[in-house]
Design a protein around this ligand. Structure first.
Ligand SMILES: NC(=O)c1ccc[n+]([C@@H]2O[C@H](COP(=O)([O-])OP(=O)(O)OC[C@H]3O[C@@H](n4cnc5c(N)ncnc54)[C@H](OP(=O)(O)O)[C@@H]3O)[C@@H](O)[C@H]2O)c1
Length: 338
């Protein structure tokens, strides 16, 4: 296959980025992947990907170190900015609505989440502008969409809906605050500079893992069927397969018509229905015991992305492949069985 050009993927060793790197290599791209520590065994899976030996080059880079990012981006025509801290407690709160038992100091969250997300994005975009990059795909989150108490209850949430930063601060949801601030700044930067920036906002990403360490969103699903939670709110939750996210990122990169934000979510499901599905497929795990009914429910729409040509796998396939992957990785074992 002919070479398609050089692109950079930030945070290449992470859950979503690993699938993206795999997809890009399979399509003939040459990939510059940034990781934080070149010698770390947790990135070993990247070197085993098809065509990695010829077409994947890894760079040591931190989001807060402009020069390290610039060295990785130099010579690329496209950048997928995927890297961001993804804290488990925050992911759990957005995905399952569990209350966060977080008495975190603002200063700590500023340093650990907000600065790498916001300043890191600014660094990436600046490096893109100062080099030869034509298009940037920024991975945002449904956390930059959903935290909006003023969105009309009877309206489907679409790309016009932005999380309210004050509300995120009041509810101490620093991850959502960080993603909202970073995404909105990225789109503003695009307007000011004419750099092409497209943003993709995935919902909770599940599906098989390529990496050897378990990421936050996979842990959320693992918790659902192994932790025997006392109670879960039975309110709509949103899911997407990691392989479908990688497809969405490539699609928004390659399709010249792609513009602005794209919500990327395949399945809207209540936890009770999800658990019923899982129980039928895997009866022996330790599922949540009760569900509390909640009246206000809103749907999230990926219509804009689907109109661009995106499609997704059935949920059953994602669940089967996820469980297989957790078993292969040894994160689910007999100890989690009832
Ligand atoms: N998973 C989901 O459900 C979900 C949903 C919506 C949006 N997203 C977004 O998708 C992206 C990838 O998330 P993921 O689920 O794949 O999480 P992940 O596996 O934890 O990947 C995050 C990546 O970001 C890197 N990173 C964090 N801080 C960094 C820093 N200061 N400098 C350089 N790299 C840094 C991490 O590097 P190390 O490996 O060195 O820690 C890791 O490679 C994130 O932008 C996240 O907000 C995820």
């Amino acid at each position: 296959m002919a070479e398609k050009g050089k692109v950079c993927v930030t945070g290449a060793g992470g859950y979503v980025a690993s699938w993206l790197v795999k997809l890009l290599l399979s399509k003939g791209y040459v990939v510059h992947g940034t990781i934080r520590n070149l010698g770390d065994k947790k990135y070993a899976h990247l070197k085993t990907l098809d065509k990695a030996s010829e077409n994947l080059k890894l760079f040591k880079a931190d989001l807060l170190d402009y020069n390290s990012l610039r060295a990785a981006i130099e010579g690329c025509i496209g950048v997928f900015h995927v890297a961001c801290p993804v804290p488990y407690e925050h992911m759990l709160s957005v995905a399952l609505g569990t209350s966060m038992d977080l008495e975190e100091e603002v200063e700590k969250m500023e340093v650990e989440i907000i600065e790498p997300a916001v300043k890191g994005t600014q660094n990436v975009l600046q490096a893109c502008l100062e080099t030869t990059v034509k298009r940037v795909v920024f991975v945002s989150s449904d956390g930059a969409v959903l935290m909006n108490p003023n969105w009309p209850r009877d309206h489907v949430m679409d790309e016009a809906c932005w999380s309210d930063k004050e509300y995120c601060s009041e509810t101490k949801n620093w991850y959502c605050l960080a993603k909202t601030a970073a995404e909105s700044k990225a789109l503003e930067y695009a307007k000011e500079t004419k750099l092409e920036v497209v943003t993709v906002c995935p919902s909770l990403v599940i599906g098989p893992m390529l990496q050897s360490t378990t990421n936050a969103s996979s842990l959320v699903l693992i918790k659902v069927f192994t932790d025997g939670l006392d109670k879960l709110e039975n309110i709509f939750r949103y899911l997407v397969d990691v392989r479908d996210v990688a497809d969405a990122l490539l699609l928004t990169y390659e399709n010249p018509k792609a513009d602005g934000r794209y919500i990327c979510s395949s399945h809207t499901i209540r936890p009770r229905d999800l658990v019923e599905k899982l129980k039928k497929m895997y009866p022996h795990y330790n599922y949540p015991k009760k569900f509390s009914e909640v009246e206000n429910e809103q749907k999230l729409s990926s219509e804009k992305l689907q109109k661009l040509g995106w499609s997704y796998r059935p949920l059953e396939q994602t669940l089967i492949d996820s469980v297989q992957s957790y078993q292969d990785a040894g994160v689910i074992n007999n100890a989690t069985l009832r």
